[in-house]
Design a protein around this ligand. Structure first.
Ligand SMILES: Cc1ncc(COP(=O)(O)O)c(C=O)c1O
Length: 398
């Protein structure tokens, strides 16, 4: 179990770490989970790819999330070890062996497909199982999201309606699913995709059992203030009510980012300063992948001894520790203008995909984990009056 500190400042004073430290705040992911469970009008399923740290996943399951969306057999294995009640294997293209192992060894019944060939594969590899739940993955525009996911998967129009009919014949339950892209900025992304799903339902004449609206719910970053999550829920709820669905149809979502983004940060040391560029102990091949490759900016602050060292904020770019010149995070990262070699900085909002995308390139990528009890640098949920939830949320992770 990682050591617990009141704050990142306390941690650097105590440990003076040489390498990067991941600061976990399971209380932040628990708060996000409680908010989703209270406000989403359907099932909340966690997209495990966003972060599979045992401490953060425990905070979600203790808060009441017990279903997982997974993309691979290894994630199925992990989800099972976390005590998942239901595992949804939502990668639309899967190997034959992974379908058979998911069904027969792990009891997975819920699968996504986006083509007739993938449906036939699923039917064959599960030996014509009668208890499948098949989701048809619809294609979906991604222009209202920071990371569009519209180029790879999905089917639409007549082909989608035909696939839905075939899925109905082959499975116990059918659903439609889509992904509007990660970090949606505006709830119209959901309402437009839900309206498109309704057209497929009408065209096919198939009554679906589940509408899975995927992930895409936003978090907050310094250069990106999306509509409030409350507005997202409002718009989704209204659109759902207006749709021509059978009364037994359930709604489901698969958030990743919005549940865990706030719950992990990285604490790094400045190993060199050259003008407005800082060389730090983590980077593009580590927790800062999205800062380098997807142009995200993240909140940063200097840690350590107090007010005497405060100076006005200045924009910096960052270099990671590897030999590669793509190991560069343009930022801007706003830090005190006198930041210097030997200072520690915390870079926040890295809980979604930071850990998942890290590698060990050049011998880096070894992290020490600590639990931090203070508030994350930015929070979507801080003022949202989230009920405190079950008493065991903290106890199981401390
Ligand atoms: C099928 C599926 N569901 C859910 C998610 C989670 O998305 P987000 O982190 O944007 O909520 C993803 C992310 O790629 C995904 O592919």
């Amino acid at each position: 179990m990682p050591q617990t500190f009141n704050s990142a400042d306390e941690m650097v004073l105590a440990l003076e770490p040489d390498g990067p430290v991941r600061g976990l705040r399971p209380q932040a992911s628990a708060r996000a989970a409680r908010w989703f469970l209270e406000n989403f009008p359907g099932d909340v399923v966690y997209a495990l790819k966003a972060n599979s740290s045992p401490e953060l996943v425990a905070s979600l399951t203790d808060a009441g999330i017990s279903q997982f969306d997974v993309a691979s057999l290894r994630e199925i294995d992990k989800a099972a070890s976390f005590g998942a009640t239901t595992i949804h294997y939502m990668n639309p293209v899967k190997s034959r062996k992974s379908i058979a192992r998911a069904y027969f060894d792990f009891g997975v019944r819920s699968f996504a497909v986006d083509s007739r060939e993938e449906l036939e594969k699923l039917i064959k590899e599960t030996k014509r199982a009668q208890d499948l739940r098949v989701f048809v993955r619809l294609s979906c525009e991604g222009h209202l999201s920071r990371i569009p996911l519209d180029r790879k998967y999905g089917v639409d129009g007549e082909a989608a309606a035909e696939l839905l009919k075939l899925a109905r014949q082959a499975s116990d339950e059918v659903g439609l699913t889509f992904h509007i892209g990660s970090q949606a900025l505006n709830p119209d992304a959901f309402t437009t995709a839900m309206a498109a799903a309704e057209k497929v339902i009408v065209r096919s004449g198939v009554l679906i059992d589940v509408l899975n609206i995927g992930g895409g719910f936003p978090s907050r970053y310094p250069d990106c203030t999306p509509s409030s999550l409350a507005l997202f829920m409002d718009c989704i709820g209204r659109q759902y009510e207006s749709m021509a669905l059978g009364s037994a149809c359930r709604l489901m979502c698969e958030p990743g980012r919005a549940l865990v983004a706030e719950a992990e940060s990285v604490i790094v040391r400045v190993d060199a300063r050259r003008n407005e560029e800082l060389f730090i102990s983590d980077g593009a091949f580590g927790m800062l992948y999205d800062a380098a490759h997807a142009g995200f900016t993240f909140p940063a602050r200097r840690l350590g001894p107090g007010p005497a060292r405060q100076s006005s904020l200045h924009p910096f770019s960052l270099w990671g520790p590897t030999c590669d010149s793509i190991d560069y995070m343009k930022g801007p990262f706003f830090l005190p203008e006198d930041v210097a070699e030997g200072d520690y900085i915390e870079i926040g909002q890295l809980g979604a995909y930071g850990r998942s995308l890290s590698s060990g390139f050049c011998g880096f990528g070894a992290y020490q984990d600590v639990l931090l009890e203070d508030e994350p640098i930015l929070s979507m949920y801080r003022d949202m009056n989230v009920a405190s939830g079950p008493d065991n949320v903290q106890s199981s992770i401390s």
